[in-house]
Design a protein around this ligand. Structure first.
Ligand code: SF4
Length: 251
């Protein structure tokens, strides 16, 4: 909040300076005016990725807490329809001490069948993206906002998101990643409680508590719009820089 105040103060100072030097008006686009009229989003107070991760009590994967959370999630029936139609609860996969966490929307048919997130075509594309970043899928952690598949892959309902979000929040608390990548609008909206589209948000840093979030397009969107891969790769390069990692040469 303090940083936001500094930015507002600096902006006011700059505008006053411009006024003193004879500038009589500043052009602002309609889109910007509309954005300013919406719920404010703190985008400036994004922390740098911590150089040393906040200690977590024990190793998340091995702690009773982590096991208890997984067990609790797997027997959850808070969403009656999803609990009735699911084949598996898809808790998450990867390294519970990961520096980097990817968060998507909800399991699809393949994920529901296998009990693992991002294993279908979109998941294979995500794995390629991770590998292009010079990492292995097992090195990162991958989860969804919803742990159960919505029928016909419909968008999660607000009450389903509200029911399931606490599980994801507890996963994030235990993993304490250095960076979160929000894959698509549903993940971003759930974490930041905002309603702005992913196209406007991607490529810029936001924060979930003190953890930087990079929003980018969901791999399923990339399957429908391959040219957008270029923008996602740009975002992933920004993530690598935040993590202090080199961009692999072949990429
Ligand atoms: S989606 Fe989440 S909250 Fe809903 S039943 Fe599944 S695990 Fe429970």
């Amino acid at each position: 909040m303090q940083k936001l105040k500094h930015i507002v103060d600096d902006t006011i100072k700059a505008l006053e300076e411009m006024k003193r030097s004879g500038v009589t008006h500043v052009e602002v686009s309609q889109a910007t005016l509309e954005e300013l009229g919406r719920k404010p989003v703190v985008v400036a107070a994004v922390p740098a990725a911590p150089t040393r991760r906040t200690p977590v009590a024990g190793t998340a994967a091995a702690t009773p807490d982590w096991a208890a959370l997984e067990a609790e999630t797997k027997k959850c029936r808070k969403c009656a329809e999803l609990a009735r139609t699911r084949r598996n609860v898809v808790f998450g996969v990867g390294n519970p001490q990961a520096e980097l966490m990817f968060i998507g929307e909800a399991p699809g048919a393949d994920e529901d069948a296998q009990g693992e997130p991002f294993v279908g075509r979109a998941g294979q594309l995500l794995t390629k993206i991770i590998e292009a970043m010079g990492m292995k899928r097992e090195e990162v952690y991958i989860a969804n906002v919803l742990k159960c598949r919505p029928p016909e892959n419909r968008t999660p309902l607000p009450d389903e998101t509200a029911n399931c979000l606490p599980y994801l929040q507890r996963q994030i608390e235990m993993i304490r990643p250095k960076v979160i990548v929000a894959l698509g609008a549903t993940a971003l909206r759930a974490l930041l409680d905002i309603q702005i589209g992913i196209t406007k948000m991607r490529g810029n840093w936001y924060a979930y508590h003190d953890i930087p979030i990079m929003p980018t397009f969901h791999p399923a969107y990339l399957l429908r719009n391959p040219p957008a891969k270029k923008e996602v790769w740009q975002d992933m390069k920004t993530v690598l820089a935040k993590l202090g990692r080199e961009v692999p040469k072949q990429s």
